[in-house]
Design a protein around this ligand. Structure first.
Ligand SMILES: [Zn+2]
Length: 285
């Protein structure tokens, strides 16, 4: 499959602010629904990435590992040579992530899915969720600790749960809601010790990172994308805590891909801008 990768700057990057020091590799697949591919990163300190140019027409490396049934929920495929001596621990940790994400999201997968842990030779860590074909993927390498790969998978698992719960409407929902819910659902895997996303975003905002919610991260760079994912997670947290899950579920299926495209007025009787002001006040409390 053809991909376009937005690359990281060259050489080693040292990051002082750990809570927002995150690597995102954004992959765009022209012509495919936005939610087929989901972009990613990790809540841990930034990894380094050699400056290896990636041809936009490169195909992802083949997955060499055998497909192994893990339990009645998913099959696991790991590239040969990747985490070879840690397979049992990796399997246990992904099982835990599936259970954690399902519990937090409030629903289990409808059917089996495949988790692919793929060796990216350039160590460009990112995740993808092909929810319509039930395959979630993380690209990683032996130099990246497996817990970081699992943290990304926790987010991807929630995308699969979203598809199963909301149906095909998931494929074109408002980016605020799909990415916000996937990040919120990954909970402790992304919170870096914070109690909740409200607290995380409060700290992030005090650090000078804050965007209007209806901002598309395209072209804004990795720090902006990171910040928006956390803001969206916090906004989802706010909507569910304040107005309940039922209204959130009604909202989710009204989105039309772009951030801010869901029918906020129809569901809450308030515009996104009004809800955003309420959310900011809630963060300030
Ligand atoms: Zn995502």
């Amino acid at each position: 499959m053809r991909t376009y990768q937005q690359q990281y700057p060259p050489l080693v990057i040292v990051v002082a602010v750990v809570s927002i020091a995150i690597l995102i590799i954004l992959i765009i697949r022209p012509g495919e629904p936005a939610q087929r591919m989901i972009s990613h990163w990790s809540p841990e300190p930034m990894i380094t990435r050699p400056d290896v140019p990636i041809d936009p027409l490169d195909t992802p490396p083949p997955i060499s590992g055998a497909l192994i049934p893990v339990d009645d929920t998913f099959d696991l495929q790991v590239s040969d040579g990747l985490y070879d001596s840690e397979r049992d621990a990796l399997t246990d940790e992904i099982q835990r992530a599936v259970a954690y994400a399902s519990n937090r999201f409030g629903a289990s997968p409808n059917d089996r899915f495949t988790v692919s842990v793929i060796h990216d030779k350039s160590c460009g860590m990112h995740g993808l969720a092909y929810t319509d074909v039930r395959n979630i993927q993380v690209y990683t390498c032996p130099n990246i600790s497996r817990n970081r790969a699992v943290a990304i998978l926790a987010h991807e698992i929630v995308h699969q749960l979203e598809h199963d719960y909301y149906g095909p409407a998931h494929l074109h929902t408002d980016l605020i809601l799909s990415e916000g819910m996937a990040t919120w659902g990954a909970g402790e895997y992304w919170l870096n010790g914070h109690a909740d996303f409200r607290s995380f975003v409060d700290a992030q905002r005090q650090g000078g990172l804050f965007y209007p919610l209806a901002t598309h991260y395209s072209g804004l760079g990795i720090a902006a994308m990171n910040a928006l994912y956390y803001q969206w997670a916090s906004f989802v947290e706010f909507l569910i805590q304040t107005y309940g899950r039922e209204s959130f579920d009604q909202l989710y299926i009204t989105g039309q891909s772009n951030p801010g495209s869901a029918d906020y007025v129809g569901v809450y009787g308030k515009s996104l801008e009004e809800l955003e002001q309420e959310w900011i006040s809630w963060i300030d409390r």
